[in-house]
Design a protein around this ligand. Structure first.
Ligand code: TYM
Length: 359
């Protein structure tokens, strides 16, 4: 297996059962919200693996990537802006290298089976589990939203996204681990309750970068919704914007360039970014001997150059694609059609298991 992704847990016992003895065909599913330009955290934390898995996959593996509009509306969105963000998210995924002839690329909100399966899984989801979701608590604590049912059940909808395609692997950032645990538990609860082998228990695939932090506050993850745009590097930022944001990135009073995420989180975050942008992201981030005689200013310019060389081709491809409305539309339509044909089969199977098939 290529070094870019690491499995977060050992092979579960269900995969060793007789039906999985031969090479298991992988079904890879992941999603991104259309809530602003995807940033370096999205890219290094998850999207690089989407592209990598596409390259490393076997011909019979299936790759399904989705722009998850129904998740976006769990927080207030302006309709005109959301429309634009949906297209921009699709253009970004194409720009980073998702090939719509190899992977199914679609808008989740255009495949209504997601909402229907979410309802069914919601009927199995214990409230206590949802109450403990750290992502929910973090969003509520910002004070930007009231406690709403949609936001509360966000992880159930995510589980539906994944299980609808009977996914085996889900490339995501580290912040999504708890959602994947819930997904496995809901899959298992369904299988047990209805004495079925309907769902696989999907595994998360996390990049070595795991989590990229805000450039303004290294106790927070880099986020699309943070108020200060200097806290994140967008995949469409210009070279000047990138250089400025990294120059202004908050570090600390020490000028030594060392890897110490606990006591030197700002510098360590920049090292993570540098290593992920320059080389194989699996390389050891702590190898900082080369910076022993480097000033913080020079180090930051090295980081900025590395980020720019990674972002520049994405940025220009994004601008080319985002203005080609016809192409984006045809990719979206074709993707939704292919997704629907899988989703409707699973939903039919699920409904017949629970006694809700059409009569
Ligand atoms: P979203 O749009 O918030 O994030 C998309 C992906 O980017 C990762 N990510 C990060 N990784 C590292 N460092 C960061 N600072 C950072 N910020 C974001 C996220 O972990 C995610 O992988 N809930 C999902 C969307 C979703 C989904 C799904 C994912 C809905 N249904 C089904 C997988 C499977 C999310 O966080 O989107």
């Amino acid at each position: 297996m290529h070094r870019v992704f690491s499995r977060s847990r050992p092979t579960p016992s269900y995969r060793r059962s007789s039906s999985f003895r031969s090479r298991q065909r992988k079904v890879i599913f992941s999603g991104i919200q259309p809530t602003g330009v995807p940033h370096l955290g999205n890219y290094l934390g998850a999207l690089v693996n989407w592209v990598h898995l596409q390259k490393a996959s076997q011909p019979d593996d299936q790759l399904i990537y989705s722009v998850v509009g129904l998740h976006a509306i769990t927080l207030p969105q302006d309709p005109a802006q959301l429309r634009q963000e949906k297209r921009a998210a699709m253009a970004t995924l194409l720009a980073i290298g998702i090939d719509p002839t190899r992977s199914i690329l679609f808008h989740q909100d255009e495949v209504s089976e997601h909402a229907e399966l979410a309802w069914i899984l919601g009927c199995l989801a214990p409230l206590g589990r949802l109450n403990r979701m750290t992502t929910y608590k973090a969003k509520i604590s910002t004070g930007k939203t009231d406690e709403r049912l949609g936001l509360f059940s966000y992880p159930v909808l995510q589980a539906a996204d994944i299980l609808l395609y009977k996914a085996t692997h889900v490339p995501v950032g580290e912040d999504q681990r708890q959602h994947l645990e819930l997904t496995r538990d809901l899959a298992q609860a369904f299988n047990q309750q209805f004495r079925a082998e309907t769902f696989h228990l999907p595994q998360d695939i996390i990049t070595p970068s795991k989590r990229i932090f805000s450039l303004r506050d290294s106790s927070q993850k880099m986020s699309k919704s943070a108020a200060d745009p200097k806290s994140r590097i967008g995949l469409t930022d210009t070279a000047d914007e990138i250089a400025l944001k990294i120059r202004k990135a908050i570090t600390d009073s020490s000028h030594e360039i060392v890897w110490d995420p606990k006591d030197r989180p700002g510098v360590s975050n920049l090292l993570t970014i540098l290593h992920a942008c320059t080389t194989d992201p699996a390389l050891d981030t702590s190898a900082t001997a080369e910076f022993r005689n480097t000033s913080l200013v020079d180090f930051k310019s090295r980081v900025a150059e590395a980020v720019e060389s990674r972002v520049a081709p994405i940025r220009s491809e994004f601008h080319r694609l985002n203005s080609d409305e016809g192409y984006i539309q045809s990719v979206s339509r074709n993707g939704a059609e292919r997704a629907r044909s899988i989703a409707s089969r699973t939903l039919q199977e699920v409904k017949s298991r629970i006694g809700l098939e059409a009569i």
